[in-house]
Design a protein around this ligand. Structure first.
Ligand code: FAD
Ligand code: NAG
Ligand code: NAG
Ligand code: NAG
Ligand code: NAG
Ligand code: NAG
Ligand code: NAG
Ligand code: NAG
Length: 561
């Protein structure tokens, strides 16, 4: 009897093996792709939480599998396109449109076909640990590419998976205020569900008269790519990066284990998750972060145009600003600034625990030069009773970034020893019509926190992000701008900062040597931890640790190299 079963099973097993002789993830249309009934059964085990994705732009198209043209709905979609909420409310739409690959693009002619090859066809609307476990199992059983999606802010396409299945974390919205006691920290903390976004986390902290680290863009998630990838914000000079705030991660591992991970328990996984990048080590269900006391905050915005002065004068003022704010930054301030052509905007500089007088003094050299150059400027400086008030009043609402980006962390040593060559480089880039933005901050910490944050962050004075425009209708132009970033612009920044790196969340997705650039000397250790906790490589994200063992084909199919 036993022998008979074996004999019966043998051809079946062969058949399963033959299902894919190539080393690729199963792709829609392949014979190995689950049958409609299998998806339905999977949906039943999930209690109906499986979503068959419909591309956002379907209402703007008359052709293709997903076309559902509706003039009014399409006009509304285009009007709201730049708002992050248009995308983060969906389980598919990436804010970096490059990763939708111009399919179902609302800006394309309405008769251009709406298909869905570049984004994931299915998502699971996660509401708990069991949903994650079942999805992991289904993806493993059917050899399907899995991706973790939170808000879709990612610039590098890490939350988008052609032919894949997404774990959509957005609805895990719990927030809990607590006392946390461990060997390394004893104090107040917030436990935040994986779907909590900056504005919700800040509000939860504010309700207790506390603050937590969040991004400048209020809709970036906290537990996902932000805290796992580093995470800067206006409190970073005072308290460190987002990853430095993490006390505990609640995770589900690739093997389906539900763990609480901390510097004391599963310390290697804690280390990797805290700065080693999202989407690759485990599925985070919630994060517990330090909550800090509120403080009175001084903050200022400054904008001016150099249209009526020489380029020389304009950049001399920019240099004065960038160099002379260093003492403010060391004392706890963070400045968010940008140069677009001959316009400069500081939006804002904020200094928790600083005073308006001190802040004004720190900006005095810049203002004096503006006066001497007879440049009109808009300057607004205020003292706020709390950081919350400052953030609400001074921080502009962020739209999605309609640009392709490249970035570099500029070390403090470059700013101090050779500001002239830094400025020459930035000016050269700016004169090519590229947006140059900077976040000036000081996240040096002593001792260096126990986590996998790229060591280049600890020496950095500025995180520079370059933006070449994004054209929704001209793919070739974007390809050209992308090559410009990869081949010309970012290398110029690298040339003046050869030993530094880049912020893995705000960088060129095509960055050569991304392992050392994004992760620094931590890469080998991160690879080992990836091997240990995800030996079958269930988790894959572009430029994530371990992702070099896969390559994406032109149709989006993921294959082992
Ligand atoms: C307009 C804009 C402004 C920004 N401002 C800032 C800023 O001020 N400071 C800053 O540091 N960054 C900023 N960023 C970058 C931001 O931190 C990254 O885009 C980050 O990856 C977003 O994380 P998310 O979870 O919200 O997004 P997603 O795109 O959904 O996910 C990003 C990555 O995290 C992974 N991930 C998400 N959730 C989980 C989870 N629960 N478990 C495991 N992995 C997960 C995903 O798989 C993916 O790899 C900004 C981005 C944009 C577009
Ligand atoms: C899953 O089931 C729910 C509830 O029955 C249904 O609304 C949804 O459309 C189903 N999803 C798929 C992909 O069929
Ligand atoms: C943000 O997007 C909205 C909607 O597209 C637009 O009206 C607004 O001008 C944008 N704001 C900025 C600062 O670009
Ligand atoms: C996802 O699940 C949440 C509950 O966790 C529910 O409120 C929401 O409507 C669901 N969204 C979709 C698109 O199914
Ligand atoms: C940060 O500030 C401290 C002084 O508080 C200084 O010693 C250190 O060099 C600064 N680091 C950077 C990278 O600016
Ligand atoms: C995008 O490209 C098209 C075609 O080349 C061009 O007509 C259009 O002006 C471009 N749009 C922008 C915003 O640059
Ligand atoms: C993206 O678009 C290009 C050009 O249309 C196409 O060749 C390619 O297969 C697409 N890739 C994906 C992942 O959809
Ligand atoms: C049986 C099966 O699904 N085979 C697929 C394996 O992957 C290749 C692409 O690499 C597909 O073409 C096959 O259809």
């Amino acid at each position: 009897m036993r022998r008979l079963i074996l004999l019966l099973l043998l051809p079946l097993a062969l058949c399963v093996n033959a299902a894919n002789t190539t080393n690729c993830r199963c792709f829609p249309g392949d014979p190995c792709w689950p049958l409609p009934q299998e998806w339905t059964d999977f949906n039943t085990t999930l209690g109906g939480k499986l979503i068959s994705t419909v591309p956002l732009g379907s209402v703007c198209h008359t052709k293709g599998d997903f076309s559902a043209y509706n003039e009014h709905a399409c006009a509304n979609l285009i009007a709201d396109w730049e708002f992050p909420a248009t995308h983060y409310r969906t389980c598919t739409s990436p804010m970096a449109s490059w990763f939708s690959n111009f399919s179902c693009d609302p800006f394309m002619p309405r008769d251009s076909p709406c298909t869905m090859t570049a984004i994931q066809p299915y998502a699971v609307n996660v509401s708990g640990v069991q949903d994650v476990r079942k999805t992991l199992q289904f993806a493993k059983d059917h050899n399907i590419r899995l991706v973790i999606r939170n808000t879709g802010h990612d610039y590098l396409g890490k939350s988008t998976a052609p032919g894949g299945l997404a774990l959509w974390m957005h609805h895990l919205k719990g927030a809990q205020y607590l006392h946390h006691t461990s060997e390394s920290y004893s104090g107040l903390a917030l436990r935040l569900g994986a779907g909590i976004q900056g504005f919700e986390g800040m509000a939860a902290a504010h309700a207790q008269n506390k603050v937590i680290l969040t991004g400048n863009c209020e809709s970036v998630g906290i537990a996902g790519g932000y805290s796992q990838g580093g995470g800067h914000g206006q409190l970073a000079s005072r308290f460190g990066l987002g990853a430095d705030q993490v006390l505990e991660w609640e995770v589900v591992t690739a093997a389906g284990q539900h763990l609480i991970v901390s510097p004391e328990k599963y310390s290697d996984l804690y280390w990797a998750l805290s700065g080693g990048g999202g989407g690759t080590f485990a599925v985070v269900m919630s994060v517990t972060v330090k909550a800090h006391p509120e403080v009175s905050t001084a903050s200022a915005t400054l904008t001016f145009s150099g249209a009526c002065v020489s380029t020389e004068t304009f950049w001399n003022i920019v240099r004065t600003f960038v160099v002379d704010i260093a003492p403010l930054v060391d004392a706890g301030a963070v400045a968010i600034w940008a140069v677009i052509g001959k316009s400069f905007g500081l939006t804002p500089i904020s200094w928790p625990a600083g005073t308006v007088d001190q802040l004004h003094n720190g900006l005095a050299s810049t203002l004096t030069l503006l006066d001497q150059s007879k440049i009109k400027y808009a300057y607004n400086i205020q003292q706020f009773p709390t950081f919350w008030d400052s953030y609400c009043a001074m921080n502009p609402h962020s739209n999605i970034t309609e640009a392709q980006v490249g970035g570099r962390l500029i070390p403090r040593s470059v700013l101090e020893s050779d500001p002239a060559s830094l400025m020459k480089t930035l000016r050269g880039i700016s004169e090519m019509g590229v947006v140059v933005s900077g976040v000036s901050l000081n996240v040096s910490r002593s001792p260096v926190p126990y986590n996998a944050v790229n060591p280049a962050w600890r020496d950095a004075a500025i995180s520079i992000v370059l933006g070449t425009g994004f054209n929704y209708t001209d793919r070739e132009e974007n390809v050209r701008c992308q090559s410009l970033l990869t081949d010309v612009l970012v290398p110029r920044l690298t040339a003046i900062s050869p030993d530094s790196g880049a912020y893995l969340n705000e960088a060129d997705w095509n960055q050569p040597d991304w392992q050392s650039t994004f992760y620094g000397s931590n890469y080998p250790a991160l690879e080992e931890i990836k091997q240990k906790f995800d030996p079958d490589e269930v988790f894959y994200a572009r430029t994530a640790v371990g992702s070099e063992t896969w390559s994406e084909q032109s149709d989006g199919r993921l294959c082992r190299v």
